[in-house]
Design a protein around this ligand. Structure first.
Ligand code: SF4
Ligand code: SF4
Length: 551
């Protein structure tokens, strides 16, 4: 349960939401590092492994963060360097007119009332430093023009709020100037990591992924064993024997999923969905694909750390595609992976001229949008197969589910992937209801655990930030009886599950490809009366009997 030393009981949480401004001006109001509102500090061994500065054991709640003596110079020099390298950063520092259009758009502000969780004020924390050290009015007039000195308290405040931003970019949708507060948070986090100040839940996956190719540090033999477990489960439920190609050279397609899909509780059903779909396509159309044990992670927590860390991790995907000699790449149901792959990977590590422009070998569809990245989303692929009548689907097999769809922030706002997931859902399920318009598509609300803050010790903030999404789910649950919240992100599948348990326990969480696999009429499948996760079906499936099972 979410209620713990890190999260109050829900009535208490609701009572504590307070939109009244604090008594003192914002520059004089200091954050309180209360349990449940911050993530634990990055560990020395992981910082050291990554070669990040100032590795040490330290605590966020401690007085002394054991910073380097010249920490202020490092921070200001780092800021100067980034203002030169990233034009967007300087622009975002300069052009905010404080119109306030973003002020009430952040889930953390809505769920708590802390003014520094208004995107405009969150950005002002860093902007005040920019003014003081990089503008003449700020140098001369100081506080009069919103400039302030960088001191220890200010640094702690920047840390506190940089890790209370999930880089979801909802606020940027409403900004008339297109200011992307997520990018300001990214810069703040880069500057913090230059002092060795980051959070464990981000840095450990970055270190693991660099070492082994996935967030959990799973070695290749364990990677294979995991898939053996999943295919055994699929055989038990469906009677279908799955071949799982791993590190197979010469396959048409490299498939990369977030590790949450093969290790996370709700995620494994999505992963089973991919496995069943690809097996179906192999048998019926001769499609060849492969997983990779070395580039086995679609997610990229480097993105929540620094540009350099992000580049290192995303390079693995192209390197592995080259080594295996595939034609192009499909990525799984992940969230921030799609900001990384769609908007950064090609620029950081491309051009990937050794790959072909993605063409679906079964339908002939050319994915023009992926001309440059050579990588498409599994939902684009599956929607294309359905549109061309290549899958034998029986949506009534999902009649026990009444679903709604949560647009995950990055596929929605960074990719514009709105229609394909909905098209798939409508073809595999008869009961689909949308949440209110201002909570979906580009205006979707964050799961509140993205950008590397999905840890248990951050639970109070996660549940506060989750009020908006949970409220919309409750609306469709009460009105239509929705009992499943679908999403296309592995972090969502983990964090929304906790959020639902806390706010709307009648609703569970899952991925879309789990429903695709439920609905897929698979030649040779066995008779059964449950779906992939063992829930009873409305109508039993008639297939082979025990004695006629596949060998
Ligand atoms: S909406 Fe844009 S310009 Fe207006 S206050 Fe927010 S960041 Fe500044
Ligand atoms: S990016 Fe998301 S979490 Fe960050 S300030 Fe904007 S709305 Fe809030």
């Amino acid at each position: 349960m979410a209620e713990s030393e890190f999260c109050p009981e829900k009535d208490e949480l609701i009572r504590s939401i307070d939109y009244r401004p604090p008594d003192k001006p914002w520059m004089e109001t200091k954050p309180v590092f209360k349990k449940g509102t911050y993530c634990f500090a990055a560990r020395e061994k992981h910082l050291a492994y990554l070669g990040f500065p100032n590795p040490r054991e330290w605590e966020v709640g401690a007085e002394d963060w054991q910073l380097p003596e010249n920490w202020k110079e490092i921070f200001i020099a780092g800021m100067e360097d980034r203002l030169k390298r990233f034009r967007s950063f300087r622009l975002f520092m300069d052009i905010c007119v404080r119109c306030g259009a973003c002020a009430d758009k952040c889930h953390f502000f809505i769920g708590g009332g802390d003014p520094k969780n208004m995107p405009v004020l969150r950005a002002e924390l860093l902007r005040s430093i920019y003014r003081r050290y990089f503008t003449w009015p700020g140098k001369i007039l100081g506080k009069l023009v919103g400039a302030r000195d960088l001191d220890y308290d200010v640094l702690k405040e920047i840390f506190y709020y940089a890790f209370q931003c999930t880089e979801c970019r909802r606020c940027s949708v409403f900004c008339p100037y297109g200011i992307d507060t997520c990018e300001i948070t990214m810069m703040a986090r880069e500057l913090l990591v230059s002092l060795g100040c980051h959070v464990a839940w981000t840095i450990e996956p970055v270190a693991n992924c660099q070492r082994t190719g996935n967030h959990l540090g799973i070695m290749p033999h364990a990677f294979k064993e995991t898939f053996d477990f999943l295919t055994d489960d699929i055989y038990d439920v469906t009677g279908i024997k799955i071949e799982t190609p791993i590190n197979q050279k010469g396959a048409d397609i490299l498939f990369v999923a977030p590790s949450g899909d093969y290790f996370g509780t709700e995620g494994t059903y999505t992963c089973e969905g991919y496995l069943i779909l690809f097996e179906y396509l192999r048998r019926k159309y001769g499609l060849t694909y492969t997983w990779s044990a070395y580039a086995g992670e679609g997610g990229n927590f480097g993105m929540f750390t620094s540009n350099e860390a992000q580049k290192r991790l995303s390079a693995k995907i192209y390197a592995e595609a080259k080594r295996l000699g595939v034609k192009w790449i499909i990525g799984g149901e992940c969230g921030h992976m799609w900001r990384d792959k769609h908007q950064y990977m090609d620029t950081m590590n491309g051009p990937a001229d050794f790959l072909e422009e993605p063409v679906n070998p079964i339908t002939g569809t050319k994915f023009e949008n992926a001309k440059s990245t050579k990588m498409i989303h599994i939902c684009e692929f599956t929607a294309d197969l359905i549109r061309h009548g290549k899958l034998d689907l029986d949506p009534s097999r999902n009649d026990h589910l009444i679903v709604t769809f949560h647009d995950s922030c990055n596929p929605a706002r960074a990719m514009g992937l709105f229609e394909e997931p909905r098209y798939i859902i409508r073809n595999v399920c008869n009961n689909f209801y949308e949440m209110p318009e201002n909570t979906i598509r580009e205006k979707t609300f964050c799961c509140s655990g993205g950008a590397g803050v999905g840890s248990d010790e951050f639970m109070e903030m996660r549940m506060r930030g989750g009020i908006c999404r949970a409220n919309a789910v409750k609306y469709v649950h009460d009105k239509y009886g929705v009992n499943r919240l679908l999403c296309i992100c592995a972090i969502d599948r983990a964090t929304l599950a906790a959020m639902m348990e806390y706010w709307v326990p009648e609703v569970d969480v899952g991925g879309i490809h789990e429903l695709v696999a439920n609905a897929l009429v698979f030649p040779g499948e066995k008779s059964r009366d449950t779906d992939l996760r063992g829930l009873p079906l409305k109508k039993p499936i008639k297939g082979r009997e025990e004695g006629e099972m596949e060998e």
